[in-house]
Design a protein around this ligand. Structure first.
Ligand code: DPP
Ligand code: ZN
Length: 880
């Protein structure tokens, strides 16, 4: 397979001003007629007499230029597309192709999901619909006519506004759509089905009425309310915070069961994976409610950051994704608890993105090459990309950042641009030099910051020395430092912030108590004066940059911070660091056969938190969760999964035993009887607290907790409580209760795919031994379907990513299981197969024996015939 390089980018030799499409949808297949107004691009570097169009798995029926059919020799069809030989400067190209949506299992292009037709064109799916210049810098005005059987497909949708509809012969009908905005073809969408619509309305800031319309299968009509209210909140937020209004008269959302991604921001017609949009209290958990709010916002925000201003090429993917994730994270922070949102995002970043960034697929936020672009919809592009935008926000401050985003949207509206253009707009609007900052886009790997500090009591001087390095540029003579915004404070012994005076002229009263330090050198020193007593430093507040800070704190300092830090994120982080440190030393002792003890200071700290009257419940609900096994693996140089698992369980069981009274009280105090479900962040925090308490107690085998869990399981009035009780039971040693709960749950919910997904993943993530056999059995269950990505994620993905003790079993069976399924899915759905393979590429963290087992499976996959580009790229880069 061919590698594509950013440095080879050239402007498109041709442009398509108008795209007129006509679809005939039938049970045997679909006919697609296209009429493209093509002209030579006057700005192209390369002039060529031939027009080369992209096309995959298309059957060409006819082709004509300016109304004259082409004869053999005037064009050539290849594996990758169509070449029209010797074209004029301007012409009308007409093409008819036949496609088979019913046979598509990769879920790209136009395909069928249960009884409806739908599309997924990003990144390169449009070429599976018709011959086209399938690249984001070719923007065109689309008119789309769809014809289909009126009974089977009463609803026919595409982008923009409906302009015409009517009946046709033999029970068919048509609808025509016009999108007034030029767009790249990856934003094209089509849906046809027997769907219900749930309608709402939004009046924009300037008083325009916008129809909001959600299309779902009839059984889901009571699962739309949350998505619609999230949509309205997003529309309002984008007006208030970014001054961005919606631009069409209608905004549509369609829910689809078979979908590779979470959702897709097609202009005016967003298509969502059912699991990321449908919810009602008795079927969706709190985390699903929050995920839906975030994804609806994300796709809506793309209307400006992605659609109005799009990417020049796919190397610039983070231009729209990083910025839009930053926007949706800020939205969620404003709607809920800012601290909790930050904790969740950083947790994901530090666990999964850091692992990606030190693994074989490590790449910069703006990659310089790829084989298959689908492999680059990654945590680095999305989450690290959002951190990079977040750092610009931190460096510029709210007001200048807004000036920058206004300039960016104004300057580039209707264009396809680069991450450099984005940074340039931020720089021009703010006057802040971002030249050095741009390094964040170009260099892969997670920078490491060493922190050193000294306090001189006589001089009343606190000296902070920061030094930075980055593993991916080590030994590189040209290595230049990153521009890192390092948010910093000093705490006195009462936990109060101390004024930060960097030079004597500063007026005491106005001295800030928190600073964003511009850390731009390899090593840099900052001095703070008039510090009367030895302070405790508060480092990288709010996780102000995506870096690793070498831990210099003692356990006592961490305890102090855990109880006193005024920055909520850092307070949580101190708890995580302390717990991790304690778990790590127990794991060491375990490996050396020494006696195992849990440091009593941790138990006392948890007791303090549980009895505290002042701590915010949302924060407490996060502090009550021990660091995950994945995070502990990421922290280790060489991870011993048995030792980590055992040590972490010991800490959890010790907390259960020593804090039983406090945990039971926490459970009781946060249980509401008979209250209506509300997804506000306070209610969510209370449910999370009580369910954490229950889980800790029941995992340790507490029989009082068993009674509570069984009662909660049968009497719960929402899915959060019902599934939490089931999870606690499934992870306990009460075997008969667990089996009976699983059966009851399935019998009750088997008709609801979103709930069945939860039922599957709850079983597949159980740390109990024998889970792999259970997983294999589940794959033969009626509830499983390998062609449905959600089911694959709930079973295979859940087991391999979140059941580490079983997946990494030294028999190697977990690895073999994953490889078997990657091979199976390689044929059906390469995108899903290639995503699934990730856990096999993380061998570096494990010992030789496990590495060898993983490598053997990677070799086995690589030796498969007809390996997709997707799987080939990930596996070949991971082989040693
Ligand atoms: N649908 C994906 C997203 O919104 C890709 N654009 O991030
Ligand atoms: Zn996106």
């Amino acid at each position: 397979p061919r590698t594509i390089f950013l440095k080879d980018y050239q402007k498109p030799p041709f442009l398509i001003d108008e795209t007129v499409l006509h679809f005939d949808l039938n049970e045997q297949g679909a006919t697609v007629k296209s009429r493209l107004s093509v002209r030579r691009n006057p700005e192209a570097e390369l002039t060529t007499s031939d027009l080369t169009l992209d096309g995959v798995d298309l059957e060409l029926v006819s082709i004509a230029i300016d109304g004259v059919a082409l004869s053999e020799g005037q064009y050539a069809v290849t594996e990758e597309g169509l070449k029209v030989i010797g074209v004029a400067d301007t012409f009308l190209l007409e093409c008819e192709t036949l496609i088979k949506p019913q046979e598509i299992t990769c879920l790209e292009g136009l395909y069928k999901s249960s009884s409806m037709f739908c599309t997924q064109c990003e990144a390169e799916g449009f070429r599976r619909i018709t011959y086209y210049l399938d690249r984001p810098d070719v923007m065109s005005r689309f008119t789309t006519t769809i014809t289909a059987d009126k009974t089977l497909y009463p609803v026919l949708l595409s982008n923009g506004n409906e302009v015409e509809r009517g009946d046709l012969e033999s029970g068919r009908h048509f609808v025509r759509w016009e999108d007034p905005f030029r767009k790249p073809c990856y934003l094209f969408a089509l849906v046809a089905g027997d769907l219900l619509n749930i309608d709402d309305q939004y009046v924009t800031a300037s008083g325009r009425k916008v129809s909001l319309r959600m299309f779902v299968e009839p059984q889901n009509k009571d699962k739309c309310e949350h998505a619609l209210s999230s949509l309205k909140a997003s529309m309002k937020w984008d007006e208030d915070v970014y001054g961005r209004e919606y631009d069409l008269d209608i905004f549509m959302i369609v829910a689809v069961d078979d979908f590779n991604m979470g959702a897709m921001e097609n202009k005016g017609l967003n298509i969502f994976n059912s699991s990321c949009v449908l919810a009602k209290p008795d079927t969706a958990t709190d985390s699903t409610y929050q995920r839906i709010e975030a994804i609806v916002a994300h796709e809506y925000f793309h209307n400006w950051s992605g659609n109005r201003v799009t990417c020049r090429d796919w190397f610039q993917l983070s231009l729209k994704e990083g910025f839009t994730v930053f926007r949706d994270a800020e939205f969620s922070a404003d709607m809920n608890s800012r601290t909790v949102k930050r904790i969740e995002d950083v947790n994901l970043l530090r666990t999964a993105q850091f692992a990606e960034d030190s693994g074989p697929m490590s790449h910069p936020v703006r990659p310089s090459s790829f084989i298959e672009i689908s492999n680059f919809y990654t945590l680095t592009i999305y989450e690290k990309g959002a951190e990079v935008v977040g750092m610009i926000h931190r460096l510029l401050g709210e007001e200048l950042f807004r000036k920058g985003s206004d300039l960016y949207f104004e300057r580039h509206d209707g264009q396809a641009v680069t991450t450099d253009d984005f940074v340039q707009a931020m720089q021009d609007a703010s006057g802040k030099d971002l030249t050095q900052f741009k390094r964040w886009y170009d260099i892969a790997g997670t920078p490491v910051i060493d922190v050193d500090y000294q306090y001189d009591e006589q001089a009343q001087l606190f000296t902070l020395t920061l030094s930075q390095s980055c593993p991916s540029t080590e030994g590189d003579a040209d290595e230049k430092p990153f521009h890192i915004p390092f948010t910093f404070a000093l705490l006195d012994s009462n936990g109060c912030n101390i004024p930060l005076i960097q030079n004597d002229d500063a007026v005491f009263a106005n001295a800030p108590t928190e600073l964003v330090l511009d850390f731009v050198e390899t090593e840099q020193t900052f001095k703070f004066q008039h510090i009367e007593k030895e302070p405790v430093p508060s480092l990288l507040r709010g996780f102000s940059a995506p870096v690793k800070v070498k831990n210099t704190f003692s356990r006592d300092q961490l305890l102090f911070l855990m109880m006193n830090e005024t920055d909520g994120f850092n307070r949580w982080d101190a708890g995580q660091r302390l717990s991790a440190d304690i778990i790590q030393s127990i794991a060491e002792d375990y490996m050396h056969g020494r006696a195992l003890n849990v440091d009593a200071r941790l138990v006392n700290a948890y007791r303090g938190l549980l009895v505290s009257k002042s701590i915010d419940k949302a924060l407490l609900s996060k502090m009550l969760m021990l660091p995950t096994e994945s995070y502990l693996i990421e922290l280790a140089d060489e991870a011993n999964i048995e030792a980590i698992h055992h040590a972490r369980n010991l800490v959890r069981d010790t907390l259960a035993e020593k804090l039983k009274i406090e945990l039971l009280r926490c459970y009781q105090e946060n249980t509401d009887v008979g209250a209506a479900y509300s997804a506000d962040f306070n209610s969510i925090a209370r449910r999370s607290l009580k369910n954490s308490a229950l889980n800790i107690l029941l995992s340790a085998g507490d029989s009082d907790a068993l009674v509570l869990a069984e009662k909660q399981f049968v009497s719960a009035t929402n899915m959060t409580d019902e599934s939490a009780a089931l999870i606690a039971l499934v992870n306990s040693d009460f075997v008969s209760q667990r089996e009976s709960a699983l059966n009851t749950f399935y019998a009750k919910w088997k008709a609801d795919p979103q709930v069945v997904e939860q039922w599957l993943s709850i079983q597949c993530t159980s740390a109990k031994s024998g889970t792999l056999e259970a997983v294999k059995r589940l794959m033969t269950h009626e509830a499983f379907d390998i062609k449905n990505p959600n089911k694959v994620r709930s079973v295979i993905g859940a087991f391999c990513n979140h059941n580490l003790i079983n997946f990494h079993n030294l028999s190697g069976e977990g690895y073999q299981f994953l490889a078997d399924n990657v091979i199976k899915l390689n044929k059906l759905n390469p995108q899903i197969a290639s995503r699934l393979v990730t856990p096999l590429t993380r061998g570096k963290k494990f010992n030789q024996e496990r590495q060898a087992l993983m490598q053997a499976q990677l070799h086995r996959i690589l030796s498969e015939e007809n390996l997709s580009k997707d799987v080939y790229e990930v596996v070949s880069k991971s082989i040693k």
